[in-house]
Write a protein that binds this ligand. Structure first.
Ligand SMILES: Cc1cc2nc3c(=O)[nH]c(=O)nc-3n(C[C@H](O)[C@H](O)[C@H](O)COP(=O)(O)OP(=O)(O)OC[C@H]3O[C@@H](n4cnc5c(N)ncnc54)[C@H](O)[C@@H]3O)c2cc1C
Length: 415
């Protein structure tokens, strides 16, 4: 009778994509089940390239948000799904996982977490070391072109024919901006939510405000008319229109709605929250008394950038040299209205390439959130941005990559 050596690996897991999610699945699966032969197929000549450039070269690994109910609110798409998956592996587990492997993370004031080295290479070195330790094989320049399931095996068609078959497959190929790039996954009978941009800035063509490019305010509230979308946060005026965290968050939450509107919509900007038109009018009374004899252009009482203040005066046709006491009530009303509810018409978007994340991907109702296994094809798993999950900026996208990669690994390793 033939006895296999205990080290012989019968079962193969092929992970498609050598990004954050693919690595996390591969290294954890190889560690959890030493009998599993784990191969990463990466189409390019590099792995972890987004980790390298992420967070300005520092890698914003996760976010110091430790309540699952709060954490899920940072994901415009995937909240209900993530409520289940974060139960298995969340931000605390990420911090611990890296710490157990000698990589300490620190939180910045806004909650974003980075390696204490402030260098994304630390994360890459840790993942590569882990892959070497558990014998994960990495095949470069190996693009998966198509997958067929024949006799309980996945038959793989790759660009370089280095790979043929796998017992388990984890698709961790990241987001694709074009629908046609998902064809090989659609052929596995999975439905794909149309990919559309999720992080972009708002264009306001031919508007005076763009002459203030480079000016920013710490806190403004932008509301998108005829929707429930509203965000408060830093706003930056650019050559094309408006940008900054508040705009990017709106673009993420409104990705689908704004796409349907073909990126033509109206917004209202309150430059002075928490004031609203009425409370600012009340306040105005005392300001007017306080600054009565001062020129309005010299006295900008709200800490707004001076160029912006002058722009508002100009927009309201207010003579810059007028004294506070001499402002007519109709001009005063106009200024208050502009400061608290300035209307703009947005025509088009500019894609924010720096932190581009695709919205869309494999439909979540076809994936089991507790295992990451396909509900359609047995032994097929998904991890990372290929799924229809996306987070706002701040480390949430990587957290989803770690969570889904780990859950897939755990469930593959026990089969
Ligand atoms: C510039 C930039 C900065 C970012 N900064 C942050 C940040 O600081 N924090 C944060 O949370 N998120 C950040 N993000 C988002 C984050 O990088 C992604 O959400 C995350 O990388 C997704 O991981 P992934 O493993 O799913 O996909 P990816 O990292 O995109 O990896 C997928 C891999 O699969 C390969 N691949 C694709 N198709 C195939 C195929 N058919 N066959 C074989 N291989 C294939 C690709 O070449 C790639 O290497 C940033 C994104 C960008 C672009």
């Amino acid at each position: 009778m033939h006895h296999d050596s205990p080290k012989e690996k019968h079962t193969t897991l092929v992970v498609i994509g050598g990004g954050a999610a693919g690595f996390f699945c591969a290294v954890n699966a190889a560690r959890m089940n030493p009998l599993l032969k784990v191969i990463i197929a990466e189409k390019s000549s590099k792995v972890l390239s987004k980790v390298k450039v992420s967070g300005g070269g520092r890698c914003n690994v996760t976010h110091a948000c430790f309540e699952i109910s709060e954490l899920v609110k940072r994901y415009p798409r995937g909240q209900n799904f993530l409520k289940k998956s974060f139960h298995w592996f969340n931000t605390k587990d990420t911090i611990q996982w890296f710490e157990e492997r000698g990589v300490k993370l620190k939180a910045e004031e806004d909650g974003r977490m980075f390696p204490v080295t402030d260098n994304s290479q630390t994360i890459i070195d840790c993942l590569i070391k882990e892959a070497n330790k558990y014998g994960v094989e990495i095949l470069f320049n190996t693009e998966i072109k198509s997958v067929k399931r024949i006799n309980n095996l996945f038959q793989l068609d790759t660009t370089n024919h280095k790979l043929q078959a796998a017992n388990f497959l984890c698709i961790a190929s990241g987001g694709y901006p074009k629908s046609s790039q998902f064809d090989w996954i659609k052929n596995l009978d999975h439905v794909i939510e149309e990919p559309i941009p999720s992080l972009f800035t708002f264009n306001i063509p031919h508007n005076n405000i763009t002459s203030l490019m480079g000016v920013s305010v710490e806190k403004a509230t932008i509301k998108i008319q005829s929707t429930k979308l509203s965000e408060t946060g830093p706003v930056l005026i650019t050559h094309w229109g408006l940008s900054g965290p508040a705009v990017l968050r709106l673009s993420a939450w409104g990705a689908r709605e704004l796409n349907v509107l073909n990126y033509h919509f109206s917004i209202s900007v309150n430059w002075l929250p928490p004031f609203n038109e009425n409370t600012l009018r009340d306040k105005w009374f005392s300001l007017r008394k306080q600054f009565a004899s001062q020129k309005i252009n010299n006295k900008n009482p709200f800490g707004l950038p001076q160029r912006l203040w002058l722009y508002f005066l100009n927009e309201c046709s207010i003579d810059e040299n007028i004294r506070w006491a001499d402002l007519t009530s109709s001009l005063q009303n106009k200024l208050i209205k502009t400061l608290t509810a300035q209307a703009f018409h947005i025509k088009g978007k500019t894609t924010f390439k720096e932190e581009f994340v695709t919205c869309g991907g494999v439909k979540l109702s076809e994936i089991d959130a507790n295992t990451m296994q396909s509900k359609i094809v047995p032994n097929l798993f998904f991890a990372g941005e290929i799924m229809d999950v996306d987070g706002i900026t701040g480390g949430f996208n990587f957290q989803h990559a770690w969570t889904s990669g780990w859950i897939a690994a755990k469930n593959i390793s026990v089969i």
